[in-house]
Design a protein. Structure first.
Lengths: 151, 284
């Protein structure tokens, strides 16, 4: 199992979901793929398909209209999975927190593992957030195994 | 002995080649790129993921795909009939398509339709290439084709240059490299999500990946057949061909399936026919 656990940290595939962000954070997420940051050197791929992904990056404010979609994307990712909330809006609702149509943070809808603050979050911060998320795979696997034993 | 070698070493070399491909691709794009071992990390990770399926039929088709990819490489290494190898390869590809069609996801469906188009484009050309080899050597058997070239010291590349040119296109389509990566974008292209692979996840995606390595080895084996007088000539030709494929992949934009079919059938079949007819008259 050591080999598989090692590989998990070396090949995190990412799916990016935009809940209705101003596109600031999204552009920073895509900036991570450029030659300057090149996250593929850590084996990170922007895979665009929740069924293949390990890490869900969420940007923007969640609202009652897209809450269902976010939960759907989350549920389609096979375990072990990690959720990274990127930017002030997805962490807490940001400057839109008081709007009548905004839910204050992604963690009200799905369990979030890592919060990356910033408006917009810098690419370095996003990469840091993903790396923090990698450390959580161990816990996730332990939880997965205990669930399997429970069954 | 050779069978065990093919089953064990096939995916190891195939995976390493894929890793080298990703590294060179990254360097061409001005990036540092993932480690050479990256494809293996990906596969081991996928094996450890939760098993997520839409229906049980999918599993059957994935295993069929892997089995037939393996079988085609084993047949090749054993020096069996080329036509049988192409047939086995096609059955595997068909299983992949059926698996993608067994799910109602539109991405998977569109990907499957495009995969059928790809198979439609390269299969006749592969058969014609095999026929060309038969016309020169008098046998469809891989072992006979190799022994003919060794005894006559006459590489097939000299008599079938146009067929070899067409084989470049066939390989590009088969390996889903740009400009023909239309059924499932590799790397980060996401036009139809992941095409045929969209609905496969976890260990099943890992199996597809391994099957793909077997197919890569078989495709490169086909290339090696064109210069099998000495083993080092064959290896050199394969390396050159692989580098050319990577270069093509990185310098061309994706085409539509109409373009693919037109170029494969129009350009491909005509070139092959010219080559074979010319060979026939020269020999006569």
């Amino acid at each position: 199992m050591g080999l598989i656990n090692n590989s998990r940290a070396k090949s995190p595939w990412v799916v990016h979901f935009d809940c209705g962000s101003c596109n600031g954070c999204d552009i920073e997420v895509l900036a991570c793929l450029t030659p300057l940051y090149d996250i593929e050197r850590f084996g990170i791929l922007n895979i665009g398909n929740p069924k293949h992904a390990d890490i869900l990056l969420v940007t923007g404010t969640v609202n009652p209209r897209n809450e269902r979609v976010l939960r759907n994307v989350y549920e389609q990712i096979p375990e072990p999975k990690v959720v990274v909330a990127i930017g002030a809006c997805s962490c807490t609702g940001g400057i839109f927190a008081d709007c009548y149509n905004v839910i204050q943070g992604v963690d009200k809808v799905i369990p979030v593992d890592v919060y990356v603050p910033g408006c917009a979050a810098r690419p370095e911060a996003i990469i840091d957030g993903v790396v923090l998320g990698l450390a959580k795979f161990g816990e996730k696997v332990a939880k997965m195994n205990s669930k399997a034993v429970g069954k | 002995m050779m069978v065990v070698l093919a089953i064990v070493l096939g995916p190891i070399i195939g995976g390493l080649l894929t890793g080298i491909d990703r590294k060179i691709t990254a360097r061409i794009q001005g990036r540092f790129g993932p480690p050479i071992m990256q494809p293996f990390y990906d596969v081991f990770k996928l094996i450890g993921k939760e098993k997520f399926i839409n229906n049980k039929v999918q599993i059957v088709y994935v295993i069929t795909y892997l089995f037939f990819a393996m079988l085609s490489l084993v047949l090749f290494v054993m020096g069996q009939d080329l036509i049988a190898i192409i047939f086995v390869l096609t059955v595997g590809g068909g299983a992949m398509v059926m698996g993608a069609l067994s799910v109602r996801s539109p991405y998977s469906q569109v990907g499957a339709q495009r995969e059928i188009m790809q198979m439609l484009a390269y299969d006749p050309l592969l058969i014609i290439a095999a026929v060309g080899m038969f016309m020169v050597t008098g046998s469809f058997k891989v072992s006979d084709i190799i022994s003919y070239q060794i005894t006559h010291n006459a590489p097939l590349l000299y008599v079938l240059p146009l067929v070899f040119l067409v084989l470049i296109e066939v390989l590009t389509i088969k390996m889903r490299k740009s400009p023909f990566d239309i059924s499932a974008g590799q790397h980060a292209h996401q036009e139809i999500v992941r095409g045929v692979h969209t609905e496969f996840s976890g260990p099943y995606l890992a199996m597809i990946e391994v099957a793909h390595w077997y197919e890569l080895m078989l495709a490169l084996g086909f290339v090696a057949l064109f210069f099998a007088t000495q083993w080092y000539f064959a290896v050199a030709l394969v390396v050159l061909m692989y580098l050319l494929e990577i270069l093509l992949d990185n310098t061309t934009a994706r085409l539509t399936w109409r373009w693919m079919l037109k170029s494969a059938w129009g350009f491909g079949i005509v070139l092959c026919a010219i080559n074979l007819i010319a060979f026939y008259f020269i020999q006569a």
